[in-house]
Design a protein around this ligand. Structure first.
Ligand SMILES: Nc1ncnc2c1ncn2[C@@H]1O[C@H](COP(=O)(O)OP(=O)(O)OP(=O)(O)O)[C@@H](O)[C@H]1O
Length: 252
């Protein structure tokens, strides 16, 4: 049984088949990238996994559990985190505050306990802080810890978005176009972070990405989509050279 599995997944918007009977598996510790031209259905697959959309048909399994009907909050609790193509951070809060929000799924205290600031709340707070500091160190974010998001360059915000997802201690992370808006040097840095997620933290990665050089550098396997269907699946070079993939990118 695979670590993560999508089985015959479909998502229809009226007559449009955004995702059309897509099946794929992700093995534990693997980096799997989904590529495809605009409108191919990549984001829709992420939105199905994170339960923003409900599939028209098909099933999703994670760690041998059918998660197709789980509410979005439970998906995070199961250990699946995601980043967004358009950064989704609190602009007028500090980096630290944004990262503490990423600890939300581990919160075990109730609101009334927090209002009374009971010892259990203080102990919990310490654990959250410790984890956040580890992520700050891991991603070299120390210089920005107390800065407001609104004053930070785009490239740094992109790393903070990744950091926030890491604070939830995910087992599987969905990265939605991690290089979008980054320059060449920042994309290089991002490729190192992504490899470190796998090699140092043992996190399984499912990534949607347009930048083929990043895809080639970090991916163990690649899936190419077009019009909601799988065109090819295999190593980065196999998929890039596949005639149907070449044709899709050339608009043939
Ligand atoms: N909420 C929606 N309502 C109607 N159609 C939608 C909706 N979301 C996506 N679509 C359509 O579904 C198809 C797949 O879109 P999707 O965003 O998944 O593609 P994508 O591969 O992520 O594209 P891009 O690379 O441009 O982000 C497109 O034709 C899109 O217009």
């Amino acid at each position: 049984m695979s670590y993560f599995r999508a089985e015959n997944l479909s998502l229809h918007f009226g007559g449009l088949k955004a995702v059309d009977a897509v099946s794929f598996a992700v093995e534990k510790g693997e980096i799997l990238s989904i590529i495809g031209p605009n409108g191919a259905g990549k984001s829709s697959i992420f939105n199905l996994i994170s339960r923003i959309y409900r599939p028209t048909s098909g099933r999703i399994y994670f760690e041998d559990q059918d998660i197709t009907e789980q509410p979005p909050y439970d998906i995070a609790k199961l250990g699946i985190a995601r980043t967004f193509q358009n950064i989704e951070l609190f602009e007028n809060a500090s980096v630290l505050a944004n990262l503490l929000v990423g600890r939300h799924r581990h919160s075990t205290t109730q609101l009334w306990q927090e209002l009374l600031f009971l010892p259990s709340v203080r102990a919990n707070e310490k654990v959250h802080r410790r984890r956040v500091e580890q992520v700050i160190e891991f991603l070299d974010l120390e210089p920005y810890r107390d800065k407001l998001i609104s004053g930070l360059p785009y490239g740094v915000r992109k790393v903070i978005e990744l950091a926030r997802a890491l604070c939830s201690e995910p087992k599987l992370i969905l990265l939605d176009e991690p290089s979008s808006g980054l320059n060449v040097e920042e994309t290089d840095d991002m490729s190192f972070w992504i490899r470190d997620l796998k090699n140092e933290l043992g996190i399984t990665v499912l990534m949607v990405e347009h930048d083929m050089s990043l895809v080639t550098r970090v991916s163990d396997r690649v899936i190419a989509l077009n019009y909601g269907r799988v065109l090819a699946m295999g190593s980065p070079s196999e998929v890039q050279q596949h005639p149907d993939v070449v044709a899709a990118y050339l608009g043939a």
